[in-house]
Design a protein around this ligand. Structure first.
Ligand code: SF4
Length: 457
């Protein structure tokens, strides 16, 4: 089954799953209730988003210089930087570090980049235990599922689902409350921090002028993962760069507001390197892996480049009527929702993933809510355009549109036959359209016929 067929099959099932919809709506309603509160901290929220977009524009337009500046500053303080062009390279580099450090246990904080390269499975194949320490990610790992949402990994699970999962996997009482479940996870995970030789985190931002990474989180697990083990590895996409430390004054509150409706996330950490002489905390070594994995394809594409401004707040997922109906796993990609549909065809393969750009009503709600004002719905249209231009549409699709164009440009053909006949012909030609939608119904007479009749009166 192709990716597109699997997407359609899964969507059909999920869209009819009312229990799934109830859980998603419950969680998104909670999000919608708090976001306006977070926005109140900005005197002009539109200006703040505009400024953030401009800063990301500058960072991406000068990406090579920003990253080199980051490397220069970070290595000057003893840090190590590795450039990984592909997922495979990144995995191999991490494995090499694990071997170098005789590592068998890893603690990991939430990172979509590590999901993108399927790091946990790879480490497991190499007999290295990698434990997720973010509560949502830990729940997903226990359930052997990928994250469902880029900010809220277990958004599709109710508290009862989680209690049942813990009972099944950890032998706890199935009636535990969320607070008790959190306590159980805390006890298990504290032990893991002490045992792990390496901690892996992502980064919300790469700060080029001071050569540091910034991590924002609500649980403190990224701090523990980065500070407790002797080695700290950061895996981060190259697009996460911001030019200056002072830019965090805008990006941190913006990300908190659009991500979770908070004014500021609970723990905000800037890490500039490993432990220095005389310091009591921190790892002996810190290594940053800068991941490309298709991002330079996006950079080379003048129109799609804008999607690299994304700060992964997840707001466009929460606002998308398609995401709310079919859920995160249906996409079959690391990044789901509108931003996932925009970037996946470029990160992976347009032919295999172009169908995601069609999974949109183009209502524009994603663009409306985007923290950095990315024109998401226009980029979805642009992907469709590129797919057609590059000639990867199916033969039947090409043929159908050719016929449609010929008929539309030919008055005699347009007036040929009545509405019922036209409906029959078009619906039999565009079968894939009407498989998931109501059939097209032509009016009894064409506009031209009605116009003529009107003139003759
Ligand atoms: S595209 Fe915009 S709204 Fe969507 S995750 Fe990225 S920054 Fe947030």
């Amino acid at each position: 089954m192709s990716n597109s067929e699997s997407f359609l099959a899964k969507s059909t099932i999920k869209a009819a799953d009312l229990e799934h919809r109830r859980k998603i709506n419950f969680n998104i309603d909670k999000y919608n209730a708090v976001v306006p509160k977070g926005k109140e901290q900005f005197s002009d929220i539109h200006l703040a988003r505009e400024r953030a977009k401009n800063l990301k524009w500058r960072a991406i337009e000068t990406l090579d210089q920003q990253l080199e500046e980051f490397e220069l500053q970070f290595t000057r303080r003893g840090g190590r930087v590795i450039w990984a062009e592909t997922a495979e390279e990144a995995r191999e580099q991490i494995l090499a570090i694990c071997k170098e450090k005789s590592c068998k246990r890893i603690v990991k904080s939430k990172s979509m980049a590590t999901e993108e390269i399927h790091l946990n499975d790879f480490l497991q194949e190499n007999d290295i235990e990698s434990v997720e320490t973010d509560l949502g990610e830990y729940i997903q790992q226990l359930d052997d599922e990928p994250p469902y949402h880029i900010v809220t990994p277990a958004m599709h699970k109710s508290k009862e689902d989680v209690a049942r999962l813990f009972a099944e996997k950890l032998g706890t009482d199935p009636k535990l409350t969320p607070a008790q479940l959190t306590q159980v996870a805390r006890v298990v995970l504290r032990e893991k921090y002490v045992q792990a030789e390496i901690g892996i985190t992502g980064a919300n931002f790469i700060i080029s002028d001071i050569g540091a990474i910034a991590v924002t989180e609500n649980e403190g697990n990224a701090r523990l993962s980065s500070a407790w083990p002797k080695t700290h590895i950061v895996l981060v996409g190259i697009e996460k760069v911001i030019p200056s430390f002072t830019d965090l004054g805008l990006f941190w509150p913006l990300l908190a507001t659009y991500g979770t409706g908070q004014q500021i996330t609970v723990y905000n950490t800037v890490i500039t390197g490993g432990r220095k002489e005389g310091e009591v905390d921190g790892p002996d070594e810190m290594i940053v892996i800068l991941l490309d994995n298709g991002r330079t394809n996006i950079l080379a594409n003048e129109k799609a480049r804008e999607s690299l401004y994304c700060i992964r707040c997840g707001a466009c997922l929460n606002a998308c009527p398609v995401y709310k109906n079919i859920g995160g796993h249906t996409y079959g990609t690391t990044y789901s929702g509108p931003i996932g549909s925009v970037i996946t065809p470029h990160l992976r393969d347009m032919g295999d993933w172009k169908h995601l750009s069609y999974a949109s009503s183009l209502c524009g709600n994603c663009t409306e809510v985007c923290a950095v004002k990315i024109n998401l719905h226009e980029l979805l249209l642009e992907n469709r355009h590129e797919a057609v231009e590059s000639g990867i549409s199916t033969l039947s699709e090409k043929l159908a549109w050719k016929l449609w164009k010929t008929a539309s440009l030919n008055r005699r053909m347009m007036n040929m036959g009545n509405g019922a006949l036209k409906s029959r012909v078009v619906n039999s030609l565009f079968k894939s359209w009407s498989r998931h939608r109501a059939e097209l119904q032509f009016p009894r007479k064409s506009f031209n016929e009605m116009w003529k009749e009107d003139k003759e009166k």
